[in-house]
Design a protein around this ligand. Structure first.
Ligand SMILES: *Cc1c(COP(=O)(O)O)cnc(C)c1O
Length: 430
């Protein structure tokens, strides 16, 4: 598709990046299950290795099936390029890697996926990086947290799991003023519900494991670049603005302009960190994305129906879903996420920790799993699982207190989901 941006989302989710296979005419994107690609001749090989020509060398760096997914995600997010990775967490490391160095920090929202809190508060210290967690609703606190060693601000658009939605534009105004990129994890919203780049974000990361693939088959991640950040505007990003010794002094920003970050992600990030997505995973994710808008519409519709039912049930303390008028984020959600606020929410059960455990064990349609964004409905008691590693204060901040369960509402019959919750609540609270 040549003039892709003029097509609507429903068309792009099926066609962007793909065309009939030039060798066979195969209509569906083939799974190019090949490690290496034959060079036309020695000169061609040299040009590829010097980054003077774009092409396929070795599948740790680039693969034709993965490349279709990269182009599709870049198009749907309104970016100039994308790098797919082996998981969402790999994508987060890959997103930070060109920006950070020993002594550098990222200012991160307190409302993040539990695994991200652990990755940022513990594991990245091994690289000499650190994270400062702030409430991103407190814009003064965000400004105050940014210091001379801060290299990015990181948040989620629709945050998992607490029914929170971020005002991306306000954060982008702050990061633009500070000369640093804003990175938005758009996993829970997907590009159907939110386009962080259109609201000023520099980079978008995804766990493609979730809604993008949509049926719980493969793990994957992606980093998408807006192409709009001036990496040479200050001296904070030498990996992109200064000579790169491993490529004979090539300067990525000077040489590749708006594609600098994407090329760095492939030529340095995937080459040396090796967090590569495999072509089978890319295939499953491409399949999933073809129906993304249809699924997200149903996820949102079902989530709202189930959330309303729960809110009116006297066994429930409260429901946190930004799509409910009772949510403190309802107005913001209407303004910033007009197509819906996704399929995830939490609710607090009056019986506390014990009732939550019984509820989870009594459900028949809902599966008790550590995943989200599947066609089928899922439930987890975050405090005893995904958020177990966090302190009570961190659990509370993330909306994962002991009396709270998180649901990922699927695309089944909403009436069936309500009947299942009703019978399980009877057992849990009886
Ligand atoms: C699942 C998830 C991740 C991590 O992705 P993996 O594919 O599991 O590595 C990051 N952020 C959010 C919001 C997620 O839901």
């Amino acid at each position: 598709m040549t003039d892709a941006p003029s097509y609507g989302f429903d068309t792009l989710q099926i066609h962007a990046g793909a065309k009939p296979d030039p060798a066979t005419g195969a209509r569906q994107t083939p799974i190019y299950q090949s490690t290496a690609y034959v060079f036309r001749d020695a000169e061609h090989a040299a040009a590829l290795f010097n980054l003077q020509e774009v092409g396929f060398i070795y599948s740790r760096l680039t693969n034709p099936t993965v490349a279709v997914l990269q182009e599709r995600l870049a198009t749907l997010e309104g970016g100039v390029g994308a790098v797919c990775c082996s998981s969402g967490h790999a994508a987060q490391i890959m997103a930070l890697f060109p920006l950070m160095g020993p002594g550098c920090n990222v200012v991160a929202s307190t409302r993040l996926y539990g695994g991200t809190v652990t990755q940022f508060s513990q594991t990245i210290k091994r690289f000499g990086w650190s994270a400062k967690f702030v409430d991103t609703d407190d814009l003064d606190a965000v400004k105050a947290a940014i210091d001379e060693n801060t290299r990015a601000v990181f948040c989620e658009s629709i945050a998992n799991p607490g029914g929170y939605v971020t005002d991306i534009r306000s954060l982008a105004d702050i990061t633009n003023g500070a000369g640093i990129p804003l990175i938005v994890d758009n996993t829970s919203a997907t590009p159907y519900l939110c386009n962080p780049i259109a609201q000023g974000a520099t980079l978008v990361v995804h766990s493609t494991t979730k809604y993008l693939t949509g049926n719980g088959t493969v793990t994957g991640g992606c980093v998408i670049d807006s192409g709009k950040f001036d990496w040479s505007g200050n001296d904070k990003f030498p990996s992109l603005s200064e000579p790169e010794p491993a490529y004979h002094g090539l300067k990525f920003h000077e040489t590749f302009g708006p594609l600098a970050y994407t090329f760095h992600g492939i030529a340095i990030g995937l080459r040396d960190l090796g967090m590569t997505m495999n072509p089978q995973a890319a295939h499953y994710t491409l399949m999933g994305i073809e129906t993304l808008s249809l699924r997200m519409q149903r996820h949102c519709e079902n989530a709202r129906t189930v959330a309303e039912w729960l809110e009116n049930d006297d066994r429930i303390d409260y429901v946190t879903y930004a799509g409910l008028p009772s949510s403190p984020y309802y107005e913001r959600a209407q303004a910033c996420y007009p197509k819906g606020t996704g399929g995830l929410f939490t609710f607090a059960v009056k019986g506390g920790y014990e009732a939550c455990i019984k509820l989870v064990d009594s459900l028949e349609i809902f599966s008790h799993v550590a995943n989200l964004g599947d066609t089928r409905s899922l439930i987890i008691h975050s405090a005893s699982t995904t958020h177990r590693q966090l302190t009570p204060e961190q659990q509370e901040a993330a909306g994962a207190s002991p009396n709270v369960v998180r649901v990922s509402i699927g695309i089944e019959d909403a009436g069936d989901l309500i009947r299942d919750l009703d019978q399980a609540l009877a057992k849990a609270c009886g």
